[in-house]
Design a binder for this molecule. Structure first.
Ligand SMILES: [Zn+2]
Ligand SMILES: [Zn+2]
Length: 182
């Protein structure tokens, strides 16, 4: 049996989101095969896609060894405290977005990433989120009427997108969203 995964405050279930995958391969950093590898984006000089274990992400070893980051610091708001930015950029699994990633904030903190969704998957996951997505489309994206409905229905996990990315505030528990803009 594989060891339990390390805890990531800002990405609580990277196995569910697909950023961590089961693998028998050894980690390029610690050279141990612990049952899982990180499959999200790696920003580093070396090609390290799906070669690092989640433990080397969590304790900062991978960031240090390869001068690597896993989330684009530009994805975070200016209001996020610097230690939180460091934790997310250097020690948190990132996620693949078709276009530039964003990592929303709420209550003076970064939010936790829950996963990538199409509208079908979102309804299956939690139907009550649909209203919050609509409010995001109308108020945050400035899209209204028929165009808002069309955008809502167009969310897909397929490669062409647009995909909806779900986050939740660690304090007020409000859902937050980001989506690929075409
Ligand atoms: Zn490792
Ligand atoms: Zn909040």
């Amino acid at each position: 049996m594989a060891d339990p995964l390390p805890t990531f405050r800002y990405h609580p279930d990277p196995l569910a989101s697909g950023s961590v995958i089961p693998s028998d391969a050894a980690c390029a950093c610690c050279e141990e095969a612990r049952g899982y590898l990180y499959a999200g984006p790696v920003y580093a000089e070396e090609e390290l896609a799906s070669q690092l274990c989640p433990w080397c992400l969590a304790d900062g070893a991978a960031a240090e060894a390869y001068d690597a980051t896993f989330v684009d610091s530009e994805a975070l708001d200016d209001t996020v405290p610097e230690d939180v930015v460091d934790e997310i950029v250097e020690r948190t699994p990132g996620y693949h977005a078709w276009q530039g990633e964003r990592w929303p904030s709420c209550c003076n903190d970064a939010t936790a990433f829950l996963g990538a969704f199409g509208i079908t998957e979102l309804r299956a996951y939690d139907r009550s989120l649909e209203g919050a997505v609509m409010s995001y489309i109308v108020h945050d994206c400035g899209v209204s009427g028929g165009a808002a409905l069309r955008l809502l229905e167009s969310f897909t996990r397929e490669e062409h997108g647009p995909t909806l990315y779900l986050f939740r505030c660690l304090h007020c528990e409000m859902p937050r969203f980001h989506h690929d803009r075409t």
